[in-house]
Design a binder for this molecule. Structure first.
Ligand code: MEV
Length: 443
């Protein structure tokens, strides 16, 4: 039996890694080798940059970069870059943006930009005494970190607040230092973690000097940023007189549409099964922009879902109201993103995505992302309560299926025309293609 484990893999050259992989895990090593090579960038310098993002890289994994035009946000026009593998996401965002473009566009407001970091430690001394000195401790830690925070302070950011949380009732000896930080236009993960580790390093010394020495110094368990950033939050909304929503597909009047829409959003506040799908739809849009701008989509998702469960029950992130004839739809969501540092300026296409957005600062990017999530959600609910999503979804998906069935351009044109007003499945499409192919062969 061939051995499929290896030590020292990371030390092999890229060629060596590929050789080992294709020979051990593929039936046709030469074809796979060519295929992996075909996805490498022609520009070797850019490939070197991409390779530097991760480890053990053997090729690139391309995803489509699309754009959703016609976003009017606070009166400014945007064309939004979106990276997603799911068909119909970009089309849906673009269609909702166009719908609201004709109704005054999307409004947004930043509700906060603070991020959080934590130092978790155990200490068994007099908590009253510690609490009495917490301001002193906070001032000391801010001073100790001055070297790290100097540049950020100069840009108007840095450590904004440090609080001590006493959690000994939940775990013996457990305290937390909770830091609130402003990282300006950077996502700030490295900055925050450097600050936290510095604080953790000097914490025992401060205790020795300032607290009753009969108790041993605190034991720091860990120091790390929190990806839960409810104070880094943005609100996006659209509103118009209900009557201006217009007729849907000629069958649903605006009042009826608004009522069904409102009920669909309400259901996401009642039923967690629906809430998860509802929010997944929001993240279809959010993740796509987060990815296009090389931000951390895992952090944004984790935070968004925790926020959706902030009341102890997981609910939909958006809200709808119909009041005095005004239809309003809004999304309030925490979004910790950056527009400088990290990969945002290293990834060549992320750089272009940001340029497409007018090189925004972080709060502006938060607003664009929230607006995209809102539009994605609007589009999904509009489809769900009217035609159902399959019609639009399959219309886009048919292109993927045509590719899989190796349809020629001519066959694709015929198939698209034929299925224009029909629900299409893979089986139907395969059958249709075999029919037209047999006609061609017979002739
Ligand atoms: C599909 O990717 C997303 C939707 O399921 C979202 C929703 O149901 O609201 C259409």
């Amino acid at each position: 039996m061939r051995k499929k484990t290896i030590s020292g893999f990371s030390k092999l050259s890229k060629v060596g890694k590929i050789k080992w992989i294709v020979e051990n895990f593929f039936k046709d090593p030469e074809t796979v080798k060519r295929e992996l090579a075909s996805y490498l960038l022609v520009n070797e310098e850019q490939q070197r940059i991409l390779d530097g993002f991760s480890e053990n890289t053997i090729s690139n994994y391309p995803l489509p970069l699309g754009v959703a035009p016609n976003f009017l946000i606070n009166g400014i026009e945007y064309c939004v870059p979106m990276v997603t593998e799911e068909s119909s996401v970009v089309a849906a965002a673009a269609s909702a943006a166009k719908f609201w473009l004709d109704r005054g566009g999307i409004q947004t407001k930043i509700l906060g930009t603070l991020k959080t970091g934590q130092i978790h430690f155990l200490w068994y001394g007099d908590s009253g005494m510690l609490e009495a000195k917490q301001k002193e401790l906070a001032a000391y830690l801010i001073g100790v970190c001055a070297d790290i925070t100097k540049n950020m302070d100069e840009r108007g950011g840095g450590i904004q607040h440090i609080s001590l949380l006493n959690m000994v009732d939940r775990e013996p000896g457990y305290y937390q230092l909770l830091l609130e930080l402003d990282t300006q236009d950077s996502m700030g993960a490295n900055f925050i973690n450097s600050v936290l580790e510095k604080c953790a390093q000097v914490l025992p010394g401060w205790f020795e000097k300032n607290m009753n020495t009969e108790f041993p110094a605190p034991e720091v368990i860990m120091a790390i940023l929190s990806n839960y950033n409810p104070e880094c939050r943005v609100l996006a909304w659209v509103e118009c007189p209900t009557a201006d929503l217009g007729e849907f597909e000629g069958v649903l009047g605006p009042e009826e549409f608004a009522r069904r829409f409102y009920t669909a959003v309400r259901i996401s506040h009642i039923d967690p099964y629906r809430a998860v799908t509802h929010n997944k739809g929001i993240f279809n849009g959010i993740d796509a922009v987060v990815l296009a701008t090389a931000n951390d989509f895992r952090a944004v998702e984790a935070c968004g879902h925790a926020y959706a469960a902030r009341t102890g029950k997981y609910i939909g992130l958006s809200k709808c109201s119909i009041h005095k004839g005004i239809f309003r739809f809004e999304l309030e969501i925490p979004l910790a993103v950056g527009t400088v540092g990290g990969l945002t300026t290293l990834h060549p296409l992320a750089k272009r995505s940001l340029e497409m957005l007018g090189n925004p600062d972080a709060p502006t990017l938060m607003q664009v992302i929230a607006a995209t999530g809102l539009m994605q959600n609007f589009s999904a609910i509009r489809s769900l309560i009217t035609t159902g999503i399959q019609k639009g979804h399959m219309k886009m998906h048919i292109h993927n299926m045509l590719l899989r069935l190796e349809a020629t351009e001519e066959e694709s044109v015929k198939a698209l025309e034929y299925f224009k007003d029909k629900t299409v499945s893979f089986r139907d499409l395969r059958h249709y293609l075999s029919e037209i192919r047999s006609v061609v062969v017979k002739n």
